[in-house]
Design a protein around this ligand. Structure first.
Ligand code: 0O2
Length: 216
């Protein structure tokens, strides 16, 4: 029996059990995709994966920010990133390759996509966000559970981690010159990502040509 999350999941313990199970399911899936890619193409698109369950304080803060009272029902309905996975890739092209592979998984449902690489946030934040649901099979029912997947390059992750720390210190009210400089750094990150991508393409091309010459 397939159920929506909000039907019959009413305790903190059962909610956390479901989100933890969803993280395990999606993490394993991503590791298998990465291993398969290595096996077929001799290349790993994923540098590393991090996963986390949002802290209770952070859940309450997000509900409050969006004008909702703290309740199990509201957190299940309105906080989409309680279970979060971050995939850090080598190159920008790997991000879209990963997103396509995730989108093709039959047992995942893509609920929404936010492409903050094509449309960066005002802060300069860049990342590709996918909200998916994964079915969690229990002894008597199946519950579709939300997981937010953030996909970014190492450079984007470097920027986002430091910006998060800096902004946290100012509790969101950083002086304008700091925000401006952070946006400038985000521009530098994009230049770096573009350069590394074209360098990689040039190396692959040179390697293929050398192999072709060696054969002929
Ligand atoms: P934390 O501490 O990382 O968990 P939704 O999640 O869809 O209900 P929201 O919050 O508008 O609504 O989603 P969005 O814009 O996709 O952003 C969610 C997450 O993206 C954030 O979670 C951050 O992890 C990251 N993020 C978004 N904007 C920024 C930014 O400007 N700088 C940095 N460093 N990260 C950002 P949380 O809950 O805000 O934070």
């Amino acid at each position: 029996m397939q159920q929506q999350f909000d039907e019959g999941v009413d305790s903190w313990k059962s909610v956390m059990f479901l989100y933890n199970s969803a993280l395990k399911e999606v993490s394993t899936k991503l590791e298998i995709l990465n291993d398969e890619f290595q096996y077929v193409h001799q290349y790993n698109p994923i540098e590393y994966i991090k996963s986390r369950i949002k802290s209770p304080e952070s859940i309450v803060k997000k509900l409050k920010k969006n004008g909702y009272e703290s309740s199990i029902q509201n957190m299940v309905n309105y906080v989409n990133d309680i279970a979060g996975i971050r995939i850090v890739c080598s190159f920008t092209s790997d991000i879209y390759r990963m997103a396509e592979m995730i989108g093709k998984q039959n047992d995942l449902t893509v609920v929404s996509i936010k492409d903050y690489i094509k449309n960066p946030k005002q802060s300069g934040y860049k990342s590709y966000h996918m909200l998916v649901t994964v079915p969690i099979f229990m002894s008597d029912r199946v519950i579709d559970t939300k997981v937010e997947i953030q996909i970014r390059t190492i450079a984007m992750d470097f920027w986002a981690s430091l910006e998060h720390k800096i902004y946290y210190k100012f509790e969101g009210n950083a002086p304008e010159y700091i925000s401006r400089e952070l946006r400038e750094c985000s521009g530098i990150v994009s230049v770096l990502d573009d350069k590394m991508l074209s360098l990689n393409e040039a190396i692959l091309k040179a390697k293929a040509e050398a192999e072709h010459e060696a054969k002929s």
